[in-house]
Design a protein around this ligand. Structure first.
Ligand SMILES: [Zn+2]
Length: 291
Protein backbone atom coordinates (compact mmCIF):
# COMPACT_ATOMS: atom_id res chain seq x y z
CA UNK A 1 0.00 0.00 0.00
CA UNK A 2 1.18 3.49 -0.83
CA UNK A 3 1.53 5.15 2.56
CA UNK A 4 3.02 8.49 3.54
CA UNK A 5 2.85 10.01 7.02
CA UNK A 6 1.83 13.67 7.21
CA UNK A 7 4.81 16.05 7.25
CA UNK A 8 3.55 17.20 10.67
CA UNK A 9 2.77 13.72 11.97
CA UNK A 10 2.73 13.45 15.74
CA UNK A 11 3.48 10.54 18.05
CA UNK A 12 0.39 9.59 20.08
CA UNK A 13 2.60 8.10 22.80
CA UNK A 14 5.05 10.92 23.62
CA UNK A 15 3.51 13.83 21.69
CA UNK A 16 6.67 14.46 19.65
CA UNK A 17 6.20 15.85 16.14
CA UNK A 18 8.17 13.93 13.48
CA UNK A 19 10.39 12.94 11.83
CA UNK A 20 9.76 9.21 11.90
CA UNK A 21 12.55 6.87 10.87
CA UNK A 22 12.98 3.43 9.29
CA UNK A 23 9.87 3.53 7.07
CA UNK A 24 11.14 0.34 5.42
CA UNK A 25 10.29 -1.43 8.71
CA UNK A 26 6.58 -0.82 7.98
CA UNK A 27 4.56 -1.79 11.05
CA UNK A 28 7.76 -2.14 13.13
CA UNK A 29 9.13 1.01 11.52
CA UNK A 30 8.10 4.65 11.35
CA UNK A 31 9.82 4.93 14.70
CA UNK A 32 9.40 8.10 16.70
CA UNK A 33 12.76 9.87 16.99
CA UNK A 34 11.85 10.97 20.49
CA UNK A 35 10.52 7.82 22.22
CA UNK A 36 11.31 5.14 19.57
CA UNK A 37 7.68 3.95 19.44
CA UNK A 38 6.99 1.85 16.35
CA UNK A 39 3.94 2.22 14.14
CA UNK A 40 2.54 -0.92 15.84
CA UNK A 41 3.01 0.58 19.33
CA UNK A 42 1.11 3.68 18.22
CA UNK A 43 -1.67 1.68 16.54
CA UNK A 44 -2.40 -0.35 19.68
CA UNK A 45 -2.30 2.79 21.85
CA UNK A 46 -4.54 4.63 19.39
CA UNK A 47 -7.24 1.95 19.68
CA UNK A 48 -6.90 1.76 23.47
CA UNK A 49 -7.03 5.59 23.70
CA UNK A 50 -10.23 5.77 21.67
CA UNK A 51 -11.82 3.03 23.79
CA UNK A 52 -10.90 4.89 26.99
CA UNK A 53 -12.27 8.15 25.60
CA UNK A 54 -8.87 9.88 25.25
CA UNK A 55 -8.86 9.91 21.45
CA UNK A 56 -5.35 10.35 20.12
CA UNK A 57 -4.05 12.34 23.09
CA UNK A 58 -0.48 11.23 23.84
CA UNK A 59 -0.40 8.35 26.31
CA UNK A 60 1.78 10.28 28.77
CA UNK A 61 -1.09 12.79 29.17
CA UNK A 62 -3.78 10.23 29.91
CA UNK A 63 -5.32 10.61 33.38
CA UNK A 64 -4.57 8.01 36.03
CA UNK A 65 -7.08 5.34 36.91
CA UNK A 66 -5.60 2.73 39.24
CA UNK A 67 -8.84 0.72 39.23
CA UNK A 68 -8.55 -0.01 35.48
CA UNK A 69 -6.97 -3.45 35.13
CA UNK A 70 -4.98 -4.21 31.99
CA UNK A 71 -3.08 -7.43 31.31
CA UNK A 72 -0.35 -7.38 28.68
CA UNK A 73 1.97 -10.38 28.55
CA UNK A 74 5.49 -9.52 27.30
CA UNK A 75 4.89 -5.85 26.47
CA UNK A 76 7.52 -3.87 24.57
CA UNK A 77 7.72 -0.17 23.82
CA UNK A 78 7.96 3.26 25.40
CA UNK A 79 4.29 3.23 26.47
CA UNK A 80 4.94 0.45 29.03
CA UNK A 81 6.23 2.63 31.91
CA UNK A 82 3.56 5.25 31.12
CA UNK A 83 0.76 2.68 31.46
CA UNK A 84 2.39 1.23 34.59
CA UNK A 85 2.25 4.68 36.19
CA UNK A 86 -1.46 5.18 35.43
CA UNK A 87 -3.28 1.87 35.61
CA UNK A 88 -3.17 -1.50 37.31
CA UNK A 89 -1.13 -2.75 34.37
CA UNK A 90 0.02 -6.36 34.75
CA UNK A 91 2.92 -7.30 32.48
CA UNK A 92 4.20 -10.84 33.04
CA UNK A 93 7.04 -12.26 30.94
CA UNK A 94 7.21 -15.88 29.82
CA UNK A 95 9.90 -18.04 31.44
CA UNK A 96 8.97 -21.71 31.83
CA UNK A 97 11.53 -22.37 34.57
CA UNK A 98 10.57 -19.38 36.70
CA UNK A 99 6.86 -20.16 36.29
CA UNK A 100 7.46 -23.77 37.37
CA UNK A 101 9.40 -22.49 40.39
CA UNK A 102 6.34 -20.48 41.47
CA UNK A 103 7.43 -16.95 40.51
CA UNK A 104 5.14 -13.96 41.15
CA UNK A 105 2.40 -14.21 38.48
CA UNK A 106 2.56 -10.46 37.92
CA UNK A 107 6.14 -11.01 36.78
CA UNK A 108 6.02 -14.38 35.06
CA UNK A 109 3.06 -16.18 33.50
CA UNK A 110 2.12 -18.47 30.64
CA UNK A 111 -0.69 -17.11 28.48
CA UNK A 112 -1.82 -20.72 27.87
CA UNK A 113 -2.48 -21.10 31.59
CA UNK A 114 -3.01 -17.72 33.17
CA UNK A 115 -2.64 -17.55 36.96
CA UNK A 116 -5.47 -14.99 37.27
CA UNK A 117 -9.10 -15.18 38.38
CA UNK A 118 -12.03 -15.32 35.99
CA UNK A 119 -13.35 -11.93 34.86
CA UNK A 120 -10.54 -9.91 36.38
CA UNK A 121 -9.30 -7.61 33.58
CA UNK A 122 -10.89 -4.72 31.68
CA UNK A 123 -8.43 -5.10 28.82
CA UNK A 124 -5.99 -7.72 27.64
CA UNK A 125 -3.41 -6.68 25.04
CA UNK A 126 -1.37 -9.13 22.99
CA UNK A 127 0.88 -7.26 20.58
CA UNK A 128 2.72 -9.67 18.29
CA UNK A 129 3.18 -12.45 20.83
CA UNK A 130 0.65 -15.05 19.64
CA UNK A 131 2.76 -16.24 16.73
CA UNK A 132 5.13 -17.52 19.45
CA UNK A 133 2.48 -19.16 21.65
CA UNK A 134 2.68 -22.92 21.27
CA UNK A 135 -1.05 -23.60 21.52
CA UNK A 136 -2.68 -20.33 20.59
CA UNK A 137 -6.30 -21.40 21.10
CA UNK A 138 -5.51 -22.30 24.72
CA UNK A 139 -4.21 -18.76 25.11
CA UNK A 140 -7.30 -17.21 23.50
CA UNK A 141 -9.53 -19.25 25.86
CA UNK A 142 -7.54 -18.11 28.88
CA UNK A 143 -7.84 -14.48 27.81
CA UNK A 144 -11.59 -14.90 27.31
CA UNK A 145 -11.87 -16.40 30.80
CA UNK A 146 -9.87 -13.68 32.55
CA UNK A 147 -11.63 -10.77 30.80
CA UNK A 148 -14.52 -9.08 32.57
CA UNK A 149 -17.85 -9.34 30.76
CA UNK A 150 -17.75 -6.42 28.37
CA UNK A 151 -13.94 -6.39 28.53
CA UNK A 152 -11.83 -6.09 25.41
CA UNK A 153 -8.95 -8.08 23.98
CA UNK A 154 -6.71 -6.10 21.59
CA UNK A 155 -4.70 -8.39 19.36
CA UNK A 156 -2.03 -7.84 16.73
CA UNK A 157 -0.14 -10.66 15.03
CA UNK A 158 1.78 -11.14 11.79
CA UNK A 159 -1.30 -11.32 9.59
CA UNK A 160 -2.03 -11.49 5.90
CA UNK A 161 -5.67 -10.90 5.02
CA UNK A 162 -5.06 -12.39 1.58
CA UNK A 163 -4.17 -15.72 3.21
CA UNK A 164 -7.25 -17.87 3.79
CA UNK A 165 -5.69 -20.26 6.29
CA UNK A 166 -2.90 -19.78 8.77
CA UNK A 167 0.51 -21.02 7.72
CA UNK A 168 1.56 -23.42 10.47
CA UNK A 169 5.36 -23.35 10.64
CA UNK A 170 5.53 -25.96 13.41
CA UNK A 171 3.34 -28.93 14.19
CA UNK A 172 2.58 -29.27 17.88
CA UNK A 173 2.31 -32.92 18.90
CA UNK A 174 2.17 -33.73 22.60
CA UNK A 175 5.40 -32.38 24.05
CA UNK A 176 7.09 -32.29 20.65
CA UNK A 177 7.47 -29.43 18.18
CA UNK A 178 7.88 -30.70 14.64
CA UNK A 179 9.08 -28.05 12.16
CA UNK A 180 7.07 -28.03 8.95
CA UNK A 181 9.21 -25.35 7.34
CA UNK A 182 12.64 -23.90 8.13
CA UNK A 183 12.46 -22.86 11.83
CA UNK A 184 12.47 -19.11 12.34
CA UNK A 185 13.17 -17.29 15.57
CA UNK A 186 12.31 -13.75 16.59
CA UNK A 187 14.15 -11.46 18.95
CA UNK A 188 17.81 -10.81 19.56
CA UNK A 189 18.45 -13.90 21.66
CA UNK A 190 17.03 -16.17 18.98
CA UNK A 191 15.01 -17.95 21.64
CA UNK A 192 11.49 -17.28 20.42
CA UNK A 193 10.21 -19.69 17.81
CA UNK A 194 7.69 -18.52 15.23
CA UNK A 195 4.91 -21.10 15.29
CA UNK A 196 2.73 -19.57 12.58
CA UNK A 197 1.76 -16.73 10.27
CA UNK A 198 -1.92 -15.95 10.53
CA UNK A 199 -4.52 -15.88 7.79
CA UNK A 200 -8.22 -15.08 7.79
CA UNK A 201 -9.16 -18.24 9.72
CA UNK A 202 -7.91 -16.37 12.81
CA UNK A 203 -11.25 -14.52 12.86
CA UNK A 204 -13.15 -17.79 13.16
CA UNK A 205 -10.69 -19.14 15.74
CA UNK A 206 -11.45 -16.14 17.94
CA UNK A 207 -15.21 -16.39 17.39
CA UNK A 208 -15.14 -20.08 18.28
CA UNK A 209 -13.67 -19.14 21.66
CA UNK A 210 -16.71 -16.89 22.20
CA UNK A 211 -15.44 -13.47 21.24
CA UNK A 212 -17.24 -10.99 19.04
CA UNK A 213 -14.50 -9.89 16.67
CA UNK A 214 -13.93 -6.60 14.91
CA UNK A 215 -11.11 -6.36 12.41
CA UNK A 216 -9.60 -3.03 11.46
CA UNK A 217 -6.83 -2.12 9.13
CA UNK A 218 -6.19 1.53 9.88
CA UNK A 219 -3.69 3.83 8.25
CA UNK A 220 -3.46 7.13 10.12
CA UNK A 221 -1.07 9.51 8.36
CA UNK A 222 -1.27 12.21 11.04
CA UNK A 223 0.03 9.72 13.64
CA UNK A 224 2.44 8.01 11.19
CA UNK A 225 0.56 4.74 11.65
CA UNK A 226 1.26 2.43 8.76
CA UNK A 227 -1.73 0.32 7.57
CA UNK A 228 -1.71 -2.85 9.62
CA UNK A 229 -4.27 -5.15 11.17
CA UNK A 230 -5.67 -5.05 14.66
CA UNK A 231 -8.37 -7.31 16.09
CA UNK A 232 -10.78 -5.91 18.65
CA UNK A 233 -12.42 -8.81 20.49
CA UNK A 234 -15.02 -8.46 23.20
CA UNK A 235 -17.17 -10.59 25.42
CA UNK A 236 -20.18 -8.55 24.28
CA UNK A 237 -22.61 -9.47 21.53
CA UNK A 238 -20.86 -7.37 18.92
CA UNK A 239 -17.98 -4.98 18.38
CA UNK A 240 -18.83 -1.44 17.39
CA UNK A 241 -16.02 -0.16 15.19
CA UNK A 242 -17.64 3.22 14.60
CA UNK A 243 -15.66 5.14 17.27
CA UNK A 244 -12.31 4.15 15.76
CA UNK A 245 -13.38 5.25 12.31
CA UNK A 246 -15.18 8.37 13.53
CA UNK A 247 -12.07 9.40 15.46
CA UNK A 248 -9.89 9.33 12.38
CA UNK A 249 -11.94 10.75 9.49
CA UNK A 250 -8.72 11.52 7.59
CA UNK A 251 -7.59 7.91 7.71
CA UNK A 252 -7.11 5.99 4.53
CA UNK A 253 -8.95 2.97 5.75
CA UNK A 254 -9.98 -0.48 4.89
CA UNK A 255 -12.79 -1.82 7.00
CA UNK A 256 -14.12 -5.26 7.47
CA UNK A 257 -17.48 -5.75 9.12
CA UNK A 258 -17.86 -6.01 12.84
CA UNK A 259 -18.97 -9.54 13.39
CA UNK A 260 -21.20 -10.54 16.26
CA UNK A 261 -22.77 -13.91 16.86
CA UNK A 262 -26.23 -12.50 16.11
CA UNK A 263 -27.40 -11.43 12.69
CA UNK A 264 -29.55 -8.52 13.98
CA UNK A 265 -26.49 -7.09 15.67
CA UNK A 266 -24.49 -7.28 12.49
CA UNK A 267 -27.23 -5.50 10.62
CA UNK A 268 -27.47 -2.88 13.35
CA UNK A 269 -23.73 -2.17 13.27
CA UNK A 270 -23.71 -2.01 9.49
CA UNK A 271 -26.69 0.36 9.49
CA UNK A 272 -25.20 2.62 12.14
CA UNK A 273 -21.81 2.75 10.45
CA UNK A 274 -23.28 3.62 7.09
CA UNK A 275 -25.47 6.34 8.55
CA UNK A 276 -22.47 7.91 10.28
CA UNK A 277 -20.45 7.73 7.08
CA UNK A 278 -23.25 9.49 5.25
CA UNK A 279 -23.34 12.19 7.93
CA UNK A 280 -19.59 12.70 7.66
CA UNK A 281 -19.77 12.90 3.87
CA UNK A 282 -22.58 15.47 4.02
CA UNK A 283 -20.66 17.61 6.55
CA UNK A 284 -17.56 17.55 4.33
CA UNK A 285 -19.61 18.48 1.28
CA UNK A 286 -21.27 21.36 3.15
CA UNK A 287 -17.90 22.66 4.34
CA UNK A 288 -16.51 22.57 0.81
CA UNK A 289 -19.51 24.33 -0.67
CA UNK A 290 -20.16 26.93 2.01
CA UNK A 291 -16.76 27.21 3.71
ZN1 LIG B 1 7.17 9.25 20.54
Amino acid sequence: MDFKPDPEARCNICGHEGPFIRPEGLKEGYQCTNCSASSRNRLVMYVLGVMLGFGDRPVFEWPENPSLRILEPCPRGPQVPMLQAKFDYVTPEYDAEKIAAGADPREFADVQKLPFDDASFDFVIASDIFEHVREDVKGFREIFRTLKPGGTFLLTVPYDHARETTLERVKVEGEKDIPLVEPRYAGGGGATLDYREYGRDLLQKLRDVGFAVGFLQLAIPRLAIYPSAIFICTRQAHVDLTPFLAACPDADRARYPSVGPLLPNRLFVWYKFNLRSLGYFLRQARMRLFG
